[in-house]
Design a protein around this ligand. Structure first.
Ligand code: CS2
Length: 488
């Protein structure tokens, strides 16, 4: 039997061709990360370790907090927090072992640990990747303070209790409160999710929660001492499969239950607005700038929106992977037409970048068959993703007096996917795919019934479309027409 990756076994396993060990082993924890999924481990954790290694600064170890389940903690604990990142390119793969993670906890048992670590003066940064739905937004992009789990956290905030956190944003405000009470100094909270204006959005969500909790002193302290820079994050990180684990085992000679995989491309653009010290991420390839928004918008509207189009339309045509979908000539043409006609007119070029070349490079990345990124993975949580990646384009085009027919096709592809998944008719490589979405019940109710009227019923889901798009005659007609074309 192959031994498991750990500090002890790694020393004996290296050196090996195509494998790199940790660049630096941090001695202290300087970052708390909420949402310890594969994306963080393949992206920010890697850049944090690289930045620390360049400067030899060992203060930037990470305390990682999973969202709900203890599974990742159970995978990482026997490995002393070590895990591999397998980079998958068309013609080669290599592995690096990351040591940035000093500790991993899950809120069920680890909430007190998170609260004390954020309240430690050695901690300077909290980062988040909790996915779009993790922010529990209402249709107006504000915190849904009626959410039961958020309310439980606000009650715990009022009581300054140590009970297990129920929501990521609730845990964040409780941790901020501890830091203020400990007088541990300013803090920077870095949102790394695919949300428009993610820093400002998180600042607003935190403020909404503090207003709802009546926490005036904390609110004043946050305004004074906490910064929320915006970021653009990019790396394609598909779910890890048994075949990936086997490949990593062959490269490393050890088993790694916490392995993550990704393409070789990585980008991180961070607003240079910090309240205190931070890892020197710019030395590891990140871009620190005053103006993140053009990058963020271009990435969400070109990459993520096209990803969703390929996921929905691709799955409906039986394509299992994004690579298959984007090499389907008709879908490729849709992706190009959508971005040309509707997306590019809404964008400002970040720092003079050529956005057509950027779009083309994105489509080439999607075509990398080595990642095996599935259409069904990208398709999940559509109700939380569409408003961020597609509906801004729709609103901008409508405001400019244009009818965004191609963007309407993306929305229609999502609707057809929802309908097929709810009816048990969505079959991808022989497997019936259910709808995986935080609003699954509401969507299933709207999707049931005749095809005629489907667009109207789904446009009526206010949490997704708001009242403005539901009531927009030209948009409704465009979605209805696109749905007719798609289902013909
Ligand atoms: C994808 C993203 O799953 C999805 O919705 O569009 O995770 C995408 O792969 C990343 O944002 C790429 O940076």
């Amino acid at each position: 039997m192959t031994a498991r990756l750990s500090r002890a076994t790694l020393t004996g396993a290296l050196p090996r061709p195509d494998v790199r060990g940790p660049a630096l082993v941090p001695a202290r924890t300087g970052v708390v990360h909420l949402g310890l999924g594969a994306f963080h481990r393949a992206h920010q954790a890697v850049l944090t370790e690289d930045a620390a290694a360049v400067t030899g600064d060992d203060r930037w170890g990470v305390l990682g907090v999973t969202q709900r389940s203890p599974r990742v903690v159970e995978q990482l604990a026997p490995q002393d927090g070590l895990y591999g990142v397998l980079t998958l390119d068309t013609d080669r793969s290599d592995l690096r072992v990351v040591g940035a993670l000093r500790e991993a906890v899950f809120p069920g048992t680890g909430t007190p640990r998170v609260l004390t670590t954020v309240a430690d003066p050695g901690t300077h940064v909290v980062t988040l990747t909790v996915t779009e739905k993790g922010y529990r937004l209402d249709p107006h992009g504000r915190a849904d303070v009626a959410d039961e789990q958020v309310r439980a956290d606000l009650a715990a905030l009022r009581d300054a209790s140590d009970e297990a956190a129920r929501s990521a944003t609730g845990l964040l405000v409780r941790a901020l409160d501890r830091r203020r009470r400990a007088d541990a100094g300013p803090l920077t909270v870095v949102c790394c999710d695919n949300l428009t204006g993610n820093g400002a959005l998180l600042a607003r969500v935190v403020d909404d929660l503090l207003v709802a909790a009546g926490a005036d002193d904390l609110r004043a302290w946050v305004a004074e001492s906490v910064r929320f820079p915006s970021t653009m994050v990019d790396r394609i990180v598909p779910a890890t499969t048994a075949a990936h684990r086997e490949r990593a085992r062959a490269l490393l000679g050890l088993t790694d239950e916490a392995l993550v995989v990704g393409e070789s491309f990585t980008q991180w653009v961070i607003e240079d607005a910090f309240a205190g010290p931070r890892p020197a991420w710019e030395l590891a390839g990140a871009t620190l700038t005053r103006a993140v928004e053009p990058y963020e918008r271009a990435k969400l509207r070109l990459l993520n929106a096209t990803h969703s189009l390929l996921a929905y339309a691709g799955a409906l045509r039986g394509h299992a992977t994004i690579a298959e979908a984007v090499t389907d000539p008709e879908l490729h043409a849709w992706a190009v037409a959508f971005t040309d006609a509707d997306v590019l007119p809404t964008l400002d070029s970040p720092d003079g970048a050529d956005l057509v070349a950027y779009r083309d490079s994105v489509l080439r990345r999607f075509a990398n068959p080595a990642t095996g990124h599935t259409t069904v993975q990208v398709a999940m949580d559509g109700s939380a993703k569409l408003p961020q990646r597609v509906l801004g384009t729709v609103r901008d085009r409508l405001a400019a007096g244009a009818v965004p027919e191609h963007a309407a096709l993306v929305v229609a592809a999502w609707m057809a996917y929802v309908r097929a998944a709810c009816a048990g008719d969505l079959v991808v490589t022989g497997r019936t795919v259910p709808l995986d979405d935080p609003l699954a019940d509401e969507l299933a109710t709207a999707a049931a019934g005749p095809l005629t009227g489907l667009a109207d019923r789904l446009l009526g889901v206010e949490a997704v479309f708001g009242q403005d798009l539901r009531d927009h005659h030209a948009f409704r007609s465009a979605v209805t027409a696109a749905l007719r074309t798609l289902t013909r």
